[in-house]
Design a protein around this ligand. Structure first.
Ligand code: CAA
Length: 699
């Protein structure tokens, strides 16, 4: 039995391949050994190559990840059968290691996948060559392009696993190994199995469909197309040559800006959970039962997120009709997931049973967490908090789902400000991964730690931010939206701005986003920020007019665009002429605007605000801002987030452009002091994070 023991996830870091190789030699030489079982210690089989090593390689530092060819060949050529026993997640290099074994057994809850494209690379340890030999070309393309793991049952059906083991994995794997050893050799070598490699004609279709899928689902990304090239090598070349081709392709991928950005995104997401002063030993409260106030879109979505994580949740609204409407939407959402095959009818019923409607606070005295999700209005929120403070048990956390309001002011309405925290969910709350966790002045570290753990339990990414207007995400969104509106007044159209942003990689254009959120909301937010408007600083003019015309976006069938039943934005000549007339009346000169200027102004203004937030300490790291934008605002992951993107463009270049925009457009474009300093020093936001991290960790 060979146990791979490299916590936390048994990555193939320095020493691990060497250890496996040495253990294999011993097992092969030892006469009393008739079969070998390889298993992972702790929570998982091997979760992949060591991404730290890949990061170094991508940045041209250090030797990078080792070439595993010799090890995998040694396993496959071993004279004794090698059985890989898989639990947890066999991912990337972990699955590649497993595929070099002669047999694979797995626990029914195990998962396996090739997620390398999520890091901007392709499998680098012959996965692109062995996977199609085990599961067939179409399934291999699908797994490698999507990067999504498959479950054990699918793995068994596809031929990746030979057996599923109920009960103790090691006992089952050893029994399987004894059986196999008794049968005698030969034992199957994956590299020699060609029966699933398809024909020239069938592969042409599968590969073309895969490339189509890659272009559509992983827009602008290079690795998903590159992995298909590697799989093509598996079906057109002998194994050894295919492996060489795979190595060439992964080297190209590792040299790309996309892999550096995606690896940054991977570590930034995990770093966000590290908060100075909060450690694994910080006490957390157990969230056994929760309650949500407000059965609107947000409240319903938050209740679903809780139920999906197995947390029973009460949901309250003032009126029976509102409660019925909210629950009907929840039911519809679940039914649509069942129809799409995401989970079974039985799962849906279990989840629905966890959501208990209420018209009164009956039962609220028992819950461990209350999340308020009423209308965004300070007076109302304060009234709600004063009320629940009287009912909730002393150690119940009171959370507010606000996107802009002051947490300290809300907390002051209670006698337990240390138990009050902001949980800014993103719509739809049961789908979107981001949870902005807003720490008030009085919020205790135990409450912050519990909310971070809750985010993980809800399968979300929690990012702790400071209590400033709009927090991090919306605070940066506001200047972004504003700049887009100024650009159309100067001569662009909403469709041109949106297309430029979409081509840059944003999930949606900003005007389409505005229409989706509702122009009434945009208008209300604008009013809240009115005090920031200074004389001489231009204010966009068209939004107000659209709002007054009742063009509130998708919900009224018209906003910046027109909408039909398909809800696709259609350019509207009426809006374009309104923009032109408005610009004329305000004596704004119109000109042709290049896409490049659109990107620079929209993204640079966001970066400038991000630098201010960072300097003020409302975000702990530039990486946290990136995580917020990648998980909640549709920023393209392959650009690493706005702050990482700024580093790749060069802070000096961004700073110079901002100075230029300041000359052209005035005070609004004043460069953030941190951006100025870093640009002048030749620094980067990543470097700023590293120096801050060093202070946080200490010598
Ligand atoms: N290398 C290095 N560190 C890794 C790692 C890896 N492959 N996978 C996870 N970690 C680290 C994380 O950074 C985190 O560290 P900190 O606690 O210091 O922040 C720790 O392990 C735990 O990770 P998570 O917080 O993500 O734990 P989780 O339980 O939520 O998820 C997981 C576990 C599903 C394995 C998830 O970590 C994951 O998806 N990891 C990446 C898997 C992957 O992409 N593998 C392919 C690597 S590339 C490759 O293998 C190339 C090749 O072909 C040779």
């Amino acid at each position: 039995m060979i146990t791979i023991d490299n916590p936390p996830v048994n990555a193939l870091g320095p020493g691990v391949p060497e250890g496996i190789s040495a253990a294999l030699d011993r097992a092969e030489q030892e006469p009393s050994v008739s079969a070998i079982v390889m298993i992972g210690a702790g929570r998982t089989f091997v979760a992949g190559a060591d991404i730290k090593q890949l990061e170094e390689q991508a940045h041209g530092r250090g030797p990078g990840a080792p070439n595993l060819h010799a090890l995998l060949k040694k396993i496959e050529d071993c004279g004794k059968p090698v059985v890989m026993a898989i639990h947890g997640t066999a991912l990337g290099g972990g699955l590649e290691l497993a595929m070099a074994g002669h047999y694979r057994v797995a626990r029914p809850d195990a998962q396996a996948g090739q997620p390398e494209v999520n890091l901007g690379i392709i499998p680098g340890a012959e996965g692109s060559q062995r996977l199609p030999r085990l599961v067939g070309v179409a399934a291999a393309v699908d797994m490698c392009v999507s990067g999504k793991p498959i479950n054990a049952a699918e793995g068994l059906q596809l031929g990746l696993f030979d057996k599923l083991v109920e009960g103790d994995l090691l006992t089952g794997a050893v029994a399987f190994a004894r059986e196999i050893a008794a049968k005698g050799s030969p034992h199957p070598k994956t590299r020699e199995r060609n029966e699933k490699l398809g024909t020239l004609e069938s592969n042409a279709l599968v590969l073309a469909a895969g490339r189509e899928q890659a272009r559509k689902t992983r827009r602008n990304m290079t690795a998903p197309l590159a992995v298909i090239d590697a799989i093509e090598a598996a079906v057109t070349m002998p194994f050894e040559e295919g492996c060489k081709r795979e190595r060439e392709i992964i080297q190209q991928c590792l040299a790309s800006y996309q892999s550096r950005a995606l690896i940054h995104a991977f570590f930034a997401e995990r770093a966000a959970a590290r908060i100075p002063g909060i450690s694994k030993d910080t006490r957390t409260y157990k969230i056994r039962k929760a309650a949500v106030i407000g059965a609107g879109t947000m409240g319903g979505g938050i209740a679903m997120a809780c139920a999906n994580a197995g947390i029973p949740v009460l949901i309250i609204d003032a009126e029976q009709a509102a409660l019925d409407r909210g629950l009907a939407t929840v039911g519809k959402n679940y039914e649509s997931s069942v129809k799409k095959g995401r989970f079974s009818q039985e799962t849906m019923e279990q989840r629905l049973a966890l959501i208990q409607p209420r018209l009164t606070y009956n039962g609220f005295e028992e819950v461990d967490l209350i999340i308020e999700a009423v209308f965004e209005n300070m007076a109302l929120k304060k009234q709600v908090f004063a009320g629940i403070d009287k009912i909730a048990k002393a150690d119940c956390i009171l959370a507010t789902n606000t996107s802009t309001l002051d947490i300290d002011e809300i907390a002051a309405a209670t006698f337990r400000p240390h138990m009050v925290i902001g949980t800014h969910f993103f719509s739809p709350a049961h789908v979107m991964r981001l949870l902005e966790i807003v720490r008030g002045t009085a919020t205790s570290k135990e409450v912050v730690a519990t909310t971070l753990a809750l985010a993980k339990q809800l399968r979300k990414v929690g990012v702790v931010v400071g209590n400033c207007r709009g927090f991090v995400g919306n605070r940066m969104m506001l200047p972004y939206m504003r700049e887009a509106q100024l650009l159309v007044e100067e001569g662009a159209t909403p469709a041109q701005v949106d297309r430029a942003l979409y081509d840059f990689g944003m999930a949606m254009g900003i005007f389409a986003v505005d229409d989706m959120g509702g122009l009434d909301l945009a208008w209300r937010v604008r009013q809240e920020y009115k005090h920031l408007e200074k004389p001489g600083v231009r204010v966009p003019l068209v939004l107000e007019q659209l709002f007054r015309m009742g063009r509130l976006g998708q919900k009224t069938g018209a906003g910046w665009y027109r909408y039909d039943e398909s809800r696709k934005p259609i350019s509207d000549p009426e809006v374009e002429s309104l923009i032109e007339t408005t610009a004329k009346q305000a004596a704004i000169p119109r000109r042709t605007i290049r896409d490049e200027e659109i990107i620079e102004r929209c993204i640079d203004v966001m970066i400038n605000e991000g630098a201010r937030i960072l300097d003020e300490g409302h975000a702990q790291r530039a990486g946290d801002i990136d995580t917020i934008y990648l998980t909640g605002y549709g920023f393209p992951a392959y650009r690493g987030g706005p702050m990482w993107y700024a580093d790749t463009v060069g802070l000096k270049k961004i700073y110079d452009r901002i100075l230029e925009f300041q000359r052209q457009h005035g005070e609004w474009w004043e460069p953030a002091p941190l951006l100025k300093r870093l640009a002048e020093e030749g620094g980067t936001f990543a470097g700023f994070d590293a120096s801050r991290e060093a202070i946080m960790v200490g010598p």
